[in-house]
Design a protein around this ligand. Structure first.
Ligand code: GSH
Length: 237
């Protein structure tokens, strides 16, 4: 049985991390049996200090891309086997855009925009004992800010970061068009990755940000996100 280590569900979204959602969506799409172990403490057990990671027959695999590659190889390319090489190349490019660019606009919206920081501070650190709650939240936020700057996107203004995200959303919307999934009527790991980030932007009303409003303006992305949620996560609704 595959064991998935994640943070854990919040309402109908199976995780606040797009990467954990990506892997769980992939698993649900394949129908492979798995169980989840949900806790922020999993970070301390993770070989890469990030979530998700899996344990599969005694093997630990960390990072959503390595996890999906591992499972695709082990199970005869269950989800992506029907793609042509050109479609695989397109999927690779779009997944990198989601993971390495669009994702950071979500981090920025949640952690840097002050009105969302108030929410996240309470959500993640509200139960910390005194005096930890006085300095830990700001220390973590400082690290996130450093990470966003290190990535590069954090050097732009709030408005420019939103603009960068809208370019990615338009690309995703155009690539999806009026299809059920990105490559027609069968899901692939690109759909899992897209749902990972779009679920955070479209389904959650915990945080508000111009980039989330921009995502909701693409009717096909909204319909896609709701479709995946209804089909694969009905138990969380
Ligand atoms: N490249 C990794 C990224 C994973 C990642 O960034 N996870 C974040 C949550 S979205 C995390 O664990 N952050 C905790 C931390 O940095 O302390 C993947 O694809 O799995």
């Amino acid at each position: 049985m595959i064991e998935l280590y994640n943070f854990g569900p919040r309402g109908k979204i199976c995780d606040p991390s797009p990467f954990c959602v990506k892997v769980e969506t992939y698993l649900r799409m394949t129908g492979l049996p798995f169980e989840t172990h949900s806790s922020p403490d999993n970070l301390r057990k993770s070989p890469k200090d990030k979530l998700p990671f899996i344990r599969d027959d005694g093997q630990t695999v960390a990072d959503s891309s390595f996890i999906i590659r591992h499972l695709e190889q082990k199970h005869d390319h269950m989800l992506d086997g029907h793609l042509t090489d050109t479609q695989k190349a397109t999927a690779h490019g779009l997944i990198k855009m989601i993971d390495e660019n669009l994702y950071w606009t979500v981090v920025h919206a949640r952690w840097i925009l002050d009105h969302n920081w108030v929410v996240i501070k309470q959500m993640f650190f509200g139960s910390l004992p005194f005096p930890l709650k006085l300095f830990v939240p700001n220390m973590v936020r400082k690290n996130v800010r450093r990470g966003i700057k290190g990535h590069g996107i954090g050097r732009h203004s709030d408005a420019e970061i939103t603009e960068i995200g809208t370019w990615d959303l338009k690309a995703l919307s155009d690539a999806l068009g009026d299809k059920e999934y990105f490559f027609g009527d069968r899901p692939s790991s690109l759909d899992a990755a897209a749902y990972g980030v779009l679920s955070q932007m479209i389904l959650s009303d915990t945080f508000t940000a111009p980039i989330f409003d921009a995502a909701r303006k693409h009717d096909n992305l909204v319909a896609f996100t709701n479709r995946i949620c209804d089909k694969y996560f009905a138990d969380l609704a």
